[in-house]
Design a protein around this ligand. Structure first.
Ligand code: COS
Length: 390
């Protein structure tokens, strides 16, 4: 680990200041306007936060897996949308860090670390979302180039990125062994940036459609060997799932805290509503679900930090499943605690509820997580280590 505990504490303190002074006051406005907050991205860059995923020799201060997850969680307490804008940088630069040649790393990582180049991870397609090996974007070798044709959807930061990691089939008959990945700068002819979607939540985080029309990419821009990128995508998604959990838990923590505060203040039938058993039990269930999900998330981070094993990957899926389901439940319950006020945009809990829905779908739907967990159990039994950490 490039970062020690004291440095981590220092970084988190600077993040807390950024959250309090700059992100929190803007969160409702970002949601209402649905505009990417460039100024906040710049402010995060000035703190060096985008360098956390990137090794020092390429201009970063990492790689460090844990600190960015803790940052995502903290930012999501006030803005899940900006938390995604921050953390998607990690999801999108990880393939280059894992599989990029020395030249690719030197060319792109310093700009990403400085916040000057926003990266995008381009895997999902209209017909290949959950079934990642079924993508149909084609990359055909032509001398020392590949020619890429196809279409991608749901690409976070697609309209504002400076560099794209594009997953495409180099052998359409080889299943996951036919998937390769290419690093493509924004200004490459044939890279057509489509419109941003209007989502139910996460406003301010662009989600874009991309089309590739005879996009010519040098062979030198391929990540790893031909046909080896499915593993890069899967390893990237392991970390992305812990990050998705971080954002969900940040928003959920905020929802529970706000519910407790509101239920202590709001008086009905002559006493604060938290003293009515119906509300008290609801708050108790929210707090318990959240605490259990946070514990599993932390345990899963420790496992993945110790090594990219299949068991750690299954735990990341479990954390994502529980964290995002709990977040959906407690943010919905928070709206219930607030009553009619909860439905109003004058209170922030409705935004939390709209924002977290995406986390049950992003980075592999929760049904995909169950598939990954179930398959592992069928093959290897229960993924438990005896005697851990006690
Ligand atoms: N780490 C490393 N390698 C992995 C892996 C992981 N976490 N998971 C799978 N692999 C490898 C397998 O070992 C296998 O390689 P070998 O054939 O060499 O053994 C290969 O990848 C294929 O694995 P599998 O047979 O399990 O693939 P499937 O096509 O059946 O499905 C799932 C894999 C469902 C897990 C995958 O398609 C997936 O994660 N889908 C969701 C995609 C997603 O999250 N999309 C969100 C949008 S991107 S933000």
């Amino acid at each position: 680990m490039a970062i020690d505990k004291a440095q981590r504490e220092q970084i988190l303190e600077s993040v807390d200041r950024l959250v309090r002074d700059k992100i929190a006051p803007r969160a409702a406005e970002i949601d209402a306007r649905d505009e990417f907050p460039r100024d906040l991205y710049k402010a995060a860059a000035e703190l060096g936060l985008f360098g956390l995923w990137i090794p020092e020799e390429y201009g970063g201060i990492g790689p460090d897996m844990v600190t960015p997850l803790l940052i995502s969680e903290r930012i999501a307490r006030v803005s899940a949308s900006f938390s995604l804008s921050f953390s998607n940088c990690g999801d999108a630069c990880t393939p280059i860090v894992i599989g990029g040649s020395e030249a690719l790393k030197r060319r792109f990582l310093p700009g990403i670390a400085a916040g000057e180049i926003i990266p995008a991870f381009c895997l999902s397609e209209p017909g290949g979302g959950s079934d990642a090996a079924a993508i149909t974007t084609r990359a055909v070798r032509d001398g020392d180039h590949y020619v890429i044709n196809g279409r991608k959807m749901w690409i976070t930061n697609g309209s504002i990125a400076g560099v794209y990691t594009i997953f495409a089939k180099t052998d359409p008959d080889a299943g996951h062994k036919g998937v390769s990945a290419f690093v493509v700068p924004r200004d490459t002819p044939g890279l057509v940036i489509g419109r941003d979607e209007t989502l139910i939540g996460l406003h301010g985080s662009p989600t874009t459609e991309l089309t590739f029309e005879n996009l010519r990419v040098p062979v030198a821009n391929r990540l790893g060997e031909e046909g080896e990128a499915f593993k890069i995508a899967m390893e990237t998604l392991d970390e992305a799932r812990l990050n998705c959990s971080a954002m969900a838990l940040g928003a959920a923590t905020s929802a529970v805290e706000q519910s407790i505060a509101y239920a202590k203040e709001r008086v009905q039938f002559g006493k604060p509503i938290i003293e009515h058993q119906g509300l008290q039990f609801l708050v108790a269930e929210m707090a318990t679900g959240l605490t259990a999900a946070r514990a599993l998330w932390k345990e899963s981070i420790r496992k993945l930090e110790r090594g990219r094993t299949r068991e750690a990957s299954v735990h990341a899926g479990m954390a994502k499943l529980i964290a995002t389901d709990v977040a959906m439940r407690v943010t919905t319950d928070a709206v219930q605690v607030f009553g009619a006020n909860g439905l109003s945009r004058n209170y922030p809990v409705e935004r939390l509820m709209r924002d977290v829905k995406a986390f049950q779908i992003f980075d592999g739907t929760n049904q995909i997580q169950k598939m990954v967990i179930g398959r592992y159990c069928q093959k290897n039994g229960l993924p438990l280590e005896e005697g851990i950490d006690l």
